[in-house]
Design a protein around this ligand. Structure first.
Ligand code: ARG
Length: 288
C-alpha cells in the first residue's frame, strides 16, 4: 500500500484540517475525569514537542491550517470542539461548560474570516462540534453523541443543515465524554469503537449499521489510551500509542498506523483526533 503522503496531490486538493498551537495550553480546571489531579501538571514544553510531532505527521498527508491560541482559553488546542464542518458550512459549537464558552467568539471569527457559512447552535442545546459528531466515511450519515456534553435536542439542527441521516448515540461512561473518544468511522467503511461507552440501544444502532466484520472493538486498555481518538486520512491512521495487538489488527486491514505520543494532552482528556478538526470531506480512497 502506498501512503497518501507519497502522492503528488497539490496542497489545496488534499484533505484539510485545523489545528491550534499549544503555546497557551494548560489544565486549568476540571470538566472531565482525566483533568482531575492534573491541574497545572502538564508540561508546555513536552506538549509543544508532542503537538509538533502530530502536526508534522498530519502535514505529511494533509493540508493543515492554524488558528491562533487565545489567553484564557487553554482548551482551544482541541479544535475538534470548535464546530462541525461540511460543504463549507460550520455548525458552530455551543459549549456545555462555561469554562470553554469563551472559545466560541474566537472560533466564530476564524470561520468567518476563512469564508465558512456559520450556523449557530443555541446555548439552550449544547453541541460540542466534531468531538460529538462524526460523518460516515462516504458522507451518507452522521453519528452524533449525546448524554455527557452535547444535548440530544441539538441533533435536529444538524439534520436540517445537511439533509442526511443523523444517528444519535448515548454516551454513558464519563471517561468517554465525547463521541470521538470512543468511536471512529474509518475510510474503508469499518468502525473502530469501544462498545461499553454506549448504552444498549446505541450499541444496537451501531450493530445494525456495521456488520460484525466491519466492527473493530477495542479493549478497555486501548480505549483508555484514546485508541478511538484517531485521525484517519485515506489509508493512514494517526493516534496515540496503542497496543501492538490493536496496531496489528489495523495493519491487517491495510491501514498505515502512525503512533504519536500525546501523554501531555491525555491530562486534559484529549489525544490525536481532539487536536484536529476536519475542514474538508473525508477521503474515502482506501487501499485495504
Ligand atoms: N479538556 C477538554 C474538554 O474537556 C478536552 C476536549 C477533548 N476534545 C475532544 N474532541 N474529545 O472539553
Amino acid at each position: 500500500m502506498r501512503p497518501e503522503g507519497t502522492t503528488s496531490k497539490p496542497a489545496n486538493q488534499r484533505p484539510t484540517f485545523l489545528m491550534c498551537p499549544p503555546t497557551l495550553y494548560d489544565v486549568n480546571y476540571v470538566i472531565n475525569p482525566w483533568m482531575a489531579g492534573n491541574v497545572h501538571r502538564s508540561s508546555r514544553e513536552h506538549a509543544a514537542t508532542q503537538w509538533q510531532q502530530l502536526h508534522t505527521a498530519l502535514a505529511g498527508i494533509a493540508h493543515v491550517l492554524l488558528v491562533e491560541p487565545q489567553p484564557g482559553s487553554p482548551d482551544m488546542v482541541f479544535t475538534a470542539n470548535a464546530g462541525l464542518v461540511r460543504a463549507g458550512i460550520v455548525a458552530l459549537s455551543s459549549f456545555h461548560h462555561p469554562e470553554r464558552q469563551g472559545e466560541e467568539p474566537h472560533f466564530r471569527r476564524w470561520f468567518h474570516e476563512s469564508g465558512f457559512a456559520i450556523s449557530e447552535i443555541p446555548r439552550a442545546t449544547p453541541f460540542e462540534g466534531e468531538g460529538d459528531a462524526l460523518f460516515e466515511a462516504d458522507g451518507s450519515r452522521l453519528w452524533a453523541g449525546h448524554g455527557l456534553r452535547t444535548l440530544e435536542d441539538s441533533h435536529s439542527h444538524l439534520t436540517g443543515l445537511w439533509d442526511l441521516e443523523v444517528v444519535s448515540l448515548r454516551l454513558i461512561d464519563p471517561r468517554f465524554y465525547h463521541l470521538d473518544t470512543c468511536f471512529c468511522p474509518l475510510s474503508n467503511g469499518d468502525v473502530m469503537y469501544y462498545p461499553a461507552a454506549f448504552d444498549a440501544a446505541s450499541q444496537q444502532k451501531i450493530e445494525a449499521r456495521y456488520t460484525a466484520s466491519q466492527r473493530i472493538c477495542v479493549s478497555e486498555a486501548d480505549a483508555l489510551r484514546f485508541a478511538c481518538n484517531a485521525v484517519n486520512v485515506g489509508p493512514n491512521i494517526l493516534l496515540n500509542q496503542v497496543s501492538a495487538e490493536l496496531c496489528a489488527r489495523l495493519q491487517s486491514r491495510g491501514f498505515h498506523v502512525i503512533q504519536v505520543e500525546l501523554t501531555e494532552f491525555l491530562k486534559a482528556g484529549g489525544a490525536a483526533k481532539c487536536l484536529v478538526l476536519r475542514l474538508s470531506e473525508m477521503d474515502v480512497t482506501h487501499a485495504a
